[in-house]
Write a protein that binds this ligand. Structure first.
Ligand code: ATP
Ligand code: MG
Length: 370
């Protein structure tokens, strides 16, 4: 019993809108989906994020019911929709689909394309829903047009409206925004999410673009070689990567190689704590360009060592580029001629050949086994 006299232990837990357990799929003896499990609540967006060929679309297709898993189960609102024995047909799963290769019906008008999935309701109700959706994707002017009269991006928005129309319990989206230009994409993305959240739809979105995942997801499931290697809120996945590849998937990464001695890794930037790495092991110290600090050379020396930033190492500017929000500077480091990248907010374009001193934020570094 809690302080307001409400017995929390008696509340029946609500099952997730979508749950997959231990999904497996092989093609010609090669496992492409390897023990995938996750759950999505109503109104939540999970992004399957990973490189090309890691098994994202195959996972989605199994949930949609157009591909059969070798083993594992799929549940919607706690009810089994598919295991190796039982299989609810795709059209009865109340799952909306928006795939890479969306196809509109060429012989149907835009309005009829959007209305296609609406099975219940009067003619007037269907028309109202079609108009509401076309309004929201900003295509009312094409309502009586035909797909061939629309640009690729416009057709994609019609396909979105069509997928949203029946208010599916779950929406599976496979790179649905990839054909849109940048300016249009942000608007359509946000509007699509608003509609899906209003409808309490659980969304599984596939993308290989980290920015898109960060922008859209409540949770990111990072995939590699058929497995989910890390799953969590975007902030956690970004700031606490499980390994070097997970970090490098989200941003550029600098790497220092070192050997552990007495739980410390010695580098040209001073010592790094390497707890949990036995003496003698090789480690990679990985950090993002935005966590490199740059100081000017003062008569052949750099800033004094500190506990938070370690020791400064000397480098020479090889290249500097303005990227819009920040500048990217590449250094050739004195200690072994390797390249280190640093980003600086706004405009910072030192001349090639300028000598500078670099330090690394200790709390922003990751030590991984090499
Ligand atoms: N029907 C099939 N027969 C044989 N191999 C397949 C089949 N479907 C997918 N694959 C293989 O499974 C692997 C995963 O494919 P999948 O389409 O799931 O990747 P993905 O993560 O969606 O990649 P992308 O980002 O390029 O779309 C690929 O190597 C692909 O060639
Ligand atoms: Mg794919």
């Amino acid at each position: 019993m809690n302080s307001i006299g409400f017995d929390e232990t008696r509340v029946t837990p609500v099952p997730p809108r979508l749950e997959v357990k231990n999904l497996m799929r092989s093609f010609e003896g090669r496992t492409v989906v390897n023990d995938i499990s996750f759950a999505i609540q109503p109104g939540q967006v999970t992004c399957l994020l990973g490189p090309s060929g890691c098994g994202k679309s195959t996972t989605l297709r199994m949930i949609a019911g157009v591909e059969m898993q070798d083993s594992g189960e799929i549940y919607v609102d706690g009810a089994l929709v598919c295991d190796t024995i039982f299989r609810l047909p795709p059209e009865r799963r109340e799952i909306g689909l928006m795939f890479q290769d969306f196809a509109l019906f060429p012989h149907l008008s835009v309005a009829d394309n959007v209305a296609f999935g609406l099975t219940s309701g009067s003619k007037a109700e269907k028309r109202a829903r079609v108009e509401e959706l076309l309004e929201r994707v900003d295509l009312m002017r094409f309502i009586d047009g035909y797909p061939h009269q629309l640009s690729g991006g416009e057709q994609q928005r019609v396909a979105l409206a069509r997928a949203l129309a029946p208010k599916p319990k779950i929406m599976l989206m496979d790179e649905p925004f990839s054909g849109l230009d940048n300016r249009l994409r942000d608007g359509i993305r946000d509007e699509t999410l608003n509609i899906l959240k209003e409808q309490d739809t659980a969304v599984l979105l596939v993308t290989h673009e980290p920015e898109e995942a960060m922008r859209m997801a409540d949770e990111i499931a990072l995939m590699r070689d058929g497995r989910i290697v890390q799953h969590g809120a975007p902030y956690n996945v970004y700031t606490r990567p499980v390994d070097r590849a997970a970090l490098a998937f989200f941003s550029d990464a600098n790497v220092l190689h070192a050997t552990v001695e007495g739980a410390l890794a010695q580098t040209p930037f001073g010592q790094f704590l390497a707890p949990g790495h036995p003496d003698g092991t090789m480690v990679d110290i990985v950090f993002r360009p935005q966590h490199v600090r740059i100081d000017f050379d003062r008569g052949g020396t750099g800033p004094k060592p500190t506990a938070t930033d370690g020791t400064a190492a000397r480098g020479v500017v090889q290249r500097a580029r303005f990227m819009g929000n920040e500048s990217l500077v590449e250094f050739v480091m004195d200690y072994d001629d390797s390249i280190l990248r640093a980003t600086v907010p706004n405009v910072f374009l030192p001349k090639v050949g300028t000598v500078m001193w670099l330090t690394i934020r200790r709390d922003k570094c990751f030590v991984f086994d090499a």
